[in-house]
Design a protein around this ligand. Structure first.
Ligand code: CO
Ligand code: CO
Length: 283
């Protein structure tokens, strides 16, 4: 069942837990995520990140994501993750995505709020939800490259600014910066849950945690308890598939790529199931 972000996050609000968002960079991960959610009978957010467009163009993977979501036995939201160009946001809307993230967090506040408000107006006209970001994660979506310099706490979301931003833009969910990072962590991250709590109170919005890979169970639990309702999780799911593919190549020399892809799909599915179970617990 295809639903928008607002609808799927209402389920999490009512249950006081979080819905997992997983990136479908190809058909293996698409199958892994949907079958994991169906097996556990949990709602799920399927995402295509603009940064992954080079691996699978949204015009190819997008319609497949929507078809799979429509046929799914559980509520599925099809979401554009980190839409940084307006062009990609419009492409997602045209294909039928039910949610888009406009990530203008690198722009000054005024420009971020103006662009976000304009996207919200267009998206809401057709029932599409919008997530935006305020504050910055010190690592870019790709896990490296576009990192900003400075201490993470210099970029934490300001609760008062978040309230004004939410009022002005009418977004449906807000991504907050409170110590998580994209990609693989080299050390256990220090998370400031007071930022989450203050932003949840000041905005009244369901909040989004980016960089969910590598946070421990207690970290997820505390994040959910303080108002996180959507958790973006990808790097460790991808790594599970990567390691399974590597092992398959080493032990089975069939020469068929489908054997490797199947092994990767299965490992990603198990990793996604574990993540969904963790996120489904009440905060
Ligand atoms: Co992110
Ligand atoms: Co608790």
């Amino acid at each position: 069942m295809l639903v928008n972000l607002k609808e799927i996050l209402k389920i999490a609000q009512a249950e006081k837990n979080a819905v997992g968002m997983f990136n479908a960079t190809g058909f293996d991960s698409l199958q892994a995520v949907i079958s994991a959610a169906e097996e556990l009978n949990r709602p799920v957010i399927l995402a295509h990140a603009e940064v992954h467009n080079r691996y699978n163009d949204i015009d190819m993977v997008g319609p497949a994501m929507i078809a799979v979501a429509q046929k799914a036995k559980v509520p599925v939201c099809v979401h554009l993750d980190h839409g940084v160009s307006e062009d990609m946001v419009y492409r997602a809307l045209r294909i039928g995505f039910t949610s888009v993230m406009i990530d203008a967090s690198a722009l000054p506040y005024e420009r971020n709020s103006e662009l976000t408000a304009a996207i919200v107006k267009i998206a809401h006209a057709t029932g599409v939800s919008v997530e935006a970001e305020l504050g910055r994660l010190v690592t870019g979506e790709a896990g490296s490259g576009e990192s900003v310099s400075g201490k993470p706490e210099d970029f934490y979301t300001d609760p008062a600014e978040a309230a004004a931003f939410s009022e002005k833009t009418k977004i449906d969910a807000l991504a907050v910066a409170f110590g998580t990072a994209h990609g693989f962590y080299t050390a256990q991250p220090k998370l400031d849950f007071s930022v989450v709590k203050a932003c949840a109170e000041s905005t009244g919005l369901p909040l989004v945690m980016h960089g969910g890979s590598g946070v421990n169970e207690e970290g997820f639990h505390n994040a959910i308890a303080n108002g996180i309702r959507k958790i973006n999780y990808y790097s460790y799911m991808s790594k599970a598939g990567y390691l399974a593919a590597k092992a398959e190549i080493e032990k089975n020399e069939s020469g068929y790529l489908h054997d490797v892809e199947y092994a990767a799909m299965h490992a990603m599915k198990e990793d996604v199931k574990a993540a969904i179970k963790t996120f489904s617990r009440r905060g």
